[in-house]
Write a protein that binds this ligand. Sequence first.
Ligand SMILES: [Mn+2]
Length: 322
Amino acid sequence: MTTVCISHGDLDGITSGAIGLLAFPGSEFYFSRPSKIHKDLYRIAKDRPESVLISDIAVNLKQFDNILRAIGRFPKKTRLIWIDHHPISSSQKKRLASKLEFVHEVGPCAAELVYRRFHEGLPEHALRLALYGAIGDYCDETPFARTHLDNYDKRTLYLEAGLLVQALQEIDYRRESKDLLRKLSLGIEPSSMNDIVSLAMKATRIENEIFRYVQKHARKQGPIGYVLDIPIGGYRGKSAKFAAYVTDSRIGISARSTDDDEIDMSIRRRGKKVDLNRALNSVLADLPDAHGGGHPAAAGASVNRSDFPTFLQRLAEYAGRS
Ligand SMILES: [Mn+2]
């Protein structure tokens, strides 16, 4: 019988997954994401695992029924735990909680929630991993994070977490991230991983170039600053933030044209006025083939290329009202 941990590929996903491995030693580990978690669950159900821990995967509204069906495929005695911090409606939360152990809170990062759920018996370095996750997801102002950051020298923890945040910009998410996750669960510090340190330095130099690129190329529409097709993969969240700053806007977007004529966006806010997740729910509702969502401060969306101007205009109007 096996236990399985499933998590997301960003820093909060990796650290929450690494804490999961400490809580369920010897687990299989898989990366997933909201758009494919139902398929992964179908596949994993066939192995009839003893327990499954899912962390940092948002519950996808559009796949909700498929997710419930996939959960129904597991044997009765499989222990299913889903720990997440992305916004979800209370009715969906209730329905999910009737099928499995659903640990959910908006505010803390997933790594904090996984740590708090299993903290008894976890080694000391699990707590550091929870703090790296919190820093990675900008969730470092919760009572838990504040208290524990204060127990160490928080400047050192920001350095360690910063190395991970930066290196992840340059890492192939499936293979190398899995290695990284295993090392973190063993308690190896990022500053002791030579490959991570040099990737982090490389990523930081690239980031500085990107800042200058965005300074030159960002455009402004009302309260939105956006940049289209930065000439490098990744760095989307960062370039979105830069686009807001250099155009003195409340919302920043880094947009990328895809091969199938869509515009794929990372969206960040500047200041705390606009709830991006809510804004997208409202703005995307009647745009054909459009989808997106995320957190109040960080989100993603995708629209048909021809709808991009309409999208910008509606989002600008929404931001103007909030
Ligand atoms: Mn997260």
